[in-house]
Design a protein. Structure first.
Length: 270
């Protein structure tokens, strides 16, 4: 009777021809950009938005991870009230599209936040110690970062919850029997095992945020997509412009995916 190889062994021995094809296409496109003046000009214009895209993604993802972890721990608290508050937040935020959340935070949440801040410091304003802030003082880029943070925090909270609940309950009970505090149990027993379950979907969310950061262009934030929109609107070279925009996003997302996949394999080997 023939023995069928395991799926893991098959994937391990599978040569990444798809990566060879992608690298080849990338080299050909890079040569076209260097040789063609129009593509070179588009690339020089669009690439100016890479810094904003990277900044928005990194800051929003770090804040979303911290907020998501806090919401997850709130949802695992002993108090039923705290658990219900966490579940209410997760269900509400997950039901709102990111684009709608961007508009809501930018044009509803930001004015409300500024009004609340000015109300709190009104005694200081009256005494001349502080100055009230205006809505325009809160830049559109930071409004976009806040929206992405809120939007992704609900998904990240569920990722953390699934990871923490994947740890065997017997190990937690054994840690309790050894007299470890709740913090020590979390740091020494739960988190080291849960991170192997958490990391793959968390890294996928990171790559997704790189792509969803393109939505901030609707607020006029000068990211890759916005720079492409402005150039295409002025030159009417839509094919060349959006081909370059696609090319840059593929470089960012595929390169990041490969790095995260290598990190995941390293974690499994340990």
């Amino acid at each position: 009777m023939a023995v069928r190889p395991s799926p893991d062994r098959h994937v391990k021995d599978d040569y990444p021809w798809w990566l060879v094809a992608l690298v080849t296409i990338g080299i050909v496109l890079a040569a076209v950009i260097v040789a063609n003046d129009i593509y070179a000009q588009v690339f020089r214009t669009v690439v100016n938005g890479v810094g904003i895209t990277v900044f928005v993604t990194l800051v929003a993802f770090v804040l979303a991870t911290v907020l998501g972890l806090g919401i997850c721990l709130l949802g695992m608290a002993d108090s039923q009230v705290l658990r219900q508050i966490a579940r209410f937040y997760i269900e509400i935020i997950r039901g709102i599209p990111i684009l709608v959340l961007l508009f809501y935070v930018a044009f509803v949440g930001a004015p409300a936040l500024v009004a609340g801040y000015n109300f709190l410091i009104s005694p200081l304003v009256t005494s001349g110690v502080a100055e009230p802030i205006l809505v325009r003082d809160l830049s559109l880029m930071w409004r976009a970062i806040i929206a992405l943070t809120v939007g992704y925090s609900s998904f990240i909270a569920e990722i953390f919850r699934a990871g923490f609940q994947s740890v065997d309950l017997g190990q937690i009970e054994a840690a309790k029997a050894l007299g470890l505090s709740r913090y020590r149990r979390f740091r020494s027993v739960v988190f080291p095992q849960a991170i192997r379950v958490i990391f793959p979907p968390l890294s996928n969310d990171f790559v997704s945020m790189v792509k969803d950061s393109s939505l901030v262009s609707v607020l006029g934030v000068a990211d890759i997509t916005q720079m492409g929109k402005v150039y295409a609107a002025g030159s009417f070279r839509f094919f060349e412009t959006y081909s370059i925009v696609t090319y840059i996003y593929l470089i960012l997302t595929i390169g990041l995916s490969l790095a995260l996949r290598r990190t995941e394999r390293w974690m499994k080997s340990r």
